[in-house]
Ligand binder design. Structure first.
Ligand code: GNR
Ligand code: NI
Length: 173
C-alpha cells in the first residue's frame, strides 16, 4: 500500500473526465487500497480517483465516526434523487476552504463493487453529500465551481498564499 499525492485546485488535471473501470483485477484492488490509505491519512471522508490523477470512475468513502465503514463505488450512476440539503463542504483538493453547497437530500446509486458485482446504494444526509461530491470529481467538477467566479478567484488566491506560507524556499544551511 502507498499514500498517493493529492492533486490540488487549480491544477488542470482535476478537470479530466474519468473513464469507466472495465478491468476488475489485482491492480484495481491495489489502487483501491492506496486510495483508502490516502483518504484515511489525509484525513478525509471520501476520495475520488481523479484526485490522485487516476482518471477512472472510482471512489472510496467512509463517513463513519469510527472509520470502520469503508465503501468502494465504481462506475456510479445516480438513478433517483429527491429533496434538497445544504452542507458546508470541504475538499482535500481545496485544502482549508469550506463553503455551503446545495445537493439532493436522498439518492439511489447503481454502481459496481471492487469485484465488478452490481450494487445499489441508498444514501441520505452526509453520505449522499459525499457521493455527489465525489461523483462531481469524476466529471472534472469541484465544489468551488458552485461559488460565484469572484469567490472562486478569492479561493485560488487564498490557496496560493497558504502555499507560499507553508513552503518556505529550500535554502541550504
Ligand atoms: O473529507 C472530505 N470532507 C467533506 C466534507 C463535506 C463535504 C464533502 C466532503 S468530501 C472531502 C474529501 C474529498 O475531497 N473528497 O473528494
Ligand atoms: Ni473533494
Amino acid at each position: 500500500m502507498a499514500i498517493r499525492e493529492i492533486v490540488e485546485f487549480p491544477d488542470p488535471r482535476l478537470r479530466t473526465k474519468a473513464q469507466p473501470v472495465t478491468v476488475f483485477d489485482a491492480d484495481l484492488k491495489r489502487l483501491v487500497a492506496d486510495m483508502f490509505e490516502t483518504m484515511y491519512e489525509a484525513p478525509g471522508i471520501g476520495l475520488a480517483a481523479t484526485q490522485i490523477d487516476v482518471h477512472r470512475q472510482l471512489l472510496v468513502l467512509d463517513v463513519s465516526e469510527e472509520k470502520n465503514a469503508p465503501l468502494v463505488v465504481i462506475n456510479p450512476r445516480i438513478v433517483q434523487s429527491e429533496g434538497k440539503q445544504v452542507y458546508q463542504e470541504g475538499c482535500l483538493s481545496v485544502p482549508g476552504i469550506f463553503a455551503d453547497v446545495e445537493r439532493a437530500e436522498r439518492i439511489r446509486v447503481e454502481a459496481q463493487d471492487v469485484d465488478g458485482k452490481p450494487v445499489t446504494i441508498e444514501a441520505d444526509g452526509l453520505l449522499a453529500v459525499c457521493i455527489q461530491h465525489e461523483m462531481d470529481h469524476l466529471l472534472g467538477k469541484l465544489f468551488v465551481d458552485y461559488l460565484s467566479p469572484l469567490k472562486r478567484e478569492l479561493v485560488r488566491k487564498k490557496l496560493a498564499k497558504q502555499r507560499r506560507n507553508a513552503e518556505p524556499a529550500a535554502v541550504g544551511v
